[in-house]
Design a protein around this ligand. Structure first.
Ligand SMILES: Cc1cc2nc3c(=O)[nH]c(=O)nc-3n(C[C@H](O)[C@H](O)[C@H](O)COP(=O)(O)O)c2cc1C
Ligand code: SF4
Ligand code: SF4
Length: 424
């Protein structure tokens, strides 16, 4: 059976599944039940300066799919609303009772060296395994000069990371904000400041929906609203890309990454790990489905690893990084063509409409006298865009078939059609 245990930047955990800093980790009561359910670690809800911030009511909103499934989740909560003393006491006790689980303490303090110098020894004294710097909170805290206001300025990221390494001997994980043009810059800054790892992503600035009767966005606080932090399934593609950007950046090569953003099942986790993450963090999925989802995550990942012959997480971590490249290095001679399995086709016509109206008019629609319809791909016209395959409601009905070719690999920098071709 596959070994799920990890050693992430010196932080040991029985499995890579950690709860991200958020309501699931904001008190001992929750964290203990999370550990009982099997989570490998937690990042404790972000600690800050006393007096603790005060939250508003209401706080969350969602972006729903057709059947009211939550695709994206939005919150306007701040960091912990409990005192530092209570949090430190609980962290100490929980770590003592659960020594094999990773206990990471998330922190957000003003950009003043004395604040960090004062609090870091207190956090270290809890026996926690590491700290995570919350440079990502996109609402409320930036207005106070913290959170994303720090994470968006690489010089600040580097400076605060350096202070943390100076005043504390624990591994320092820098949590990055996605609300930035190039996520590699704060990641490089974190590394320059001495960070042991980065984690990403924190939430994305968002407004999920409006109450059009009252002309106000959600969540509504006394008739008004504000932008919140977006997370959940919908952000996974953005998070995966940012993780990949850092994993394949030569400047941050080898820097441990804790992947976060929309992870809801073992497959999501495996994808983050394949792109270089050494641990994964989950928030929204646990908030929507409870702590027990970790059972399926561990089980699924372990079965899949057995199937593939991966004995440990390290065996497949980062395996997809080398295959993630810049567009200019893709093979211009590679060609796929759509193929419809007539036995599976239910003649709904969606592929035809999609290709006819917005792609390459490469699907023919034949309507017999009795009204029966038949859809066929016109091979000579198909450019292999995948649109019909994406549109088709029947799984594996349309497949994209690679075409045999005797042409060698040729990328855009080598392509004679490229007026600015330069040797790769
Ligand atoms: C209600 C809520 C509160 C959060 N509070 C914090 C926080 O205090 N500190 C922090 O670093 N991230 C916080 N986050 C962000 C999560 O840790 C995580 O980065 C984000 O939700 C993406 O993961 P997910 O898609 O699994 O939810 C919060 C998220 C939610 C939904
Ligand atoms: S792959 Fe694209 S071009 Fe080819 S049939 Fe499908 S939609 Fe049309
Ligand atoms: S979308 Fe799929 S099921 Fe519908 S007609 Fe096209 S191939 Fe058949």
């Amino acid at each position: 059976m596959a070994d799920l245990s990890i050693n992430f930047a010196g932080i040991k955990a029985p499995n890579p599944f950690w709860l991200a800093s958020a309501p699931p980790t904001d008190k001992a009561y929750n964290v203990i039940r999370a550990f009982e359910a099997g989570w490998g670690g937690v990042v404790w809800k972000t600690l800050g300066e006393d007096p603790a911030p005060v939250n508003v009511s209401s706080r969350y909103s969602a972006h729903y799919g057709k059947n009211r499934e939550v695709m994206g989740f939005n919150n306007i909560e701040l960091i912990t609303d409990r005192s530092l003393e209570i949090n430190l006491r609980e962290i100490t006790q929980v770590k003592k009772d659960w020594p094999d689980r990773a206990m990471i303490v998330s922190m957000m303090y003003p950009c003043e060296e004395e604040s960090w110098a004062k609090v870091l020894p207190l956090v270290e004294a809890t026996g926690a395994d590491a700290i995570e710097l919350n440079f990502g909170c996109p609402h409320g805290m930036p207005e106070r000069g913290m959170g994303a206001a720090v994470g968006q300025v690489p010089e600040y990221v580097e400076m605060v990371t350096r202070w943390c390494k100076k005043y504390c001997s624990l591994p320092v994980i820098v949590k990055l904000t996605p609300n930035i043009t190039d996520v590699r810059l704060p990641a490089r800054a974190a590394l320059n400041g001495g960070a042991d790892a980065v984690s990403l992503i924190n939430t994305i600035n968002s407004i999920t929906s409006l109450d059009l009767d009252n002309m106000v966005a959600r969540p509504i606080v006394g008739g008004r609203s504000t932008h919140g932090g977006y997370c959940g399934s919908a952000v996974k593609p953005i998070a995966l890309n940012m993780v990949a950007e850092i994993a394949r950046d030569p400047a941050t090569h080898g820097l441990p990454i804790s992947g976060i953003g929309g992870i809801s099942n073992w497959r999501d986790a495996a994808e983050f790990i394949a792109l270089g993450s050494g641990s994964v963090q989950v928030c929204t999925a646990a908030m929507l489905h409870g702590f027990r989802i970790v059972e399926q995550m561990k089980d699924g990942l372990s079965r899949w690893m057995d199937e593939k012959g991966y004995a440990s997480i390290e065996d497949f971590r980062g395996k997809a990084v080398a295959n993630t490249t810049d567009w200019k290095y893709l093979d211009m001679n590679y060609q796929v063509i759509a193929q419809i399995d007539q036995d599976k086709c239910i003649q709904c016509g969606r592929c035809y409409i999609a290709c006819e109206d917005t792609s390459h008019q490469s699907i023919s629609q034949l309507i017999a006298d009795n009204g029966a319809r038949k859809y066929e791909v016109i091979k000579e016209e198909c450019v292999g865009c995948n649109l019909c395959e994406i549109t088709c409601p029947v799984e594996h009905c349309i497949t994209m078939v690679p075409q045999a070719s005797d042409k060698p690999y040729m990328n855009w920098t080598q392509d004679p059609r490229n007026p600015r071709a330069v040797a790769a």
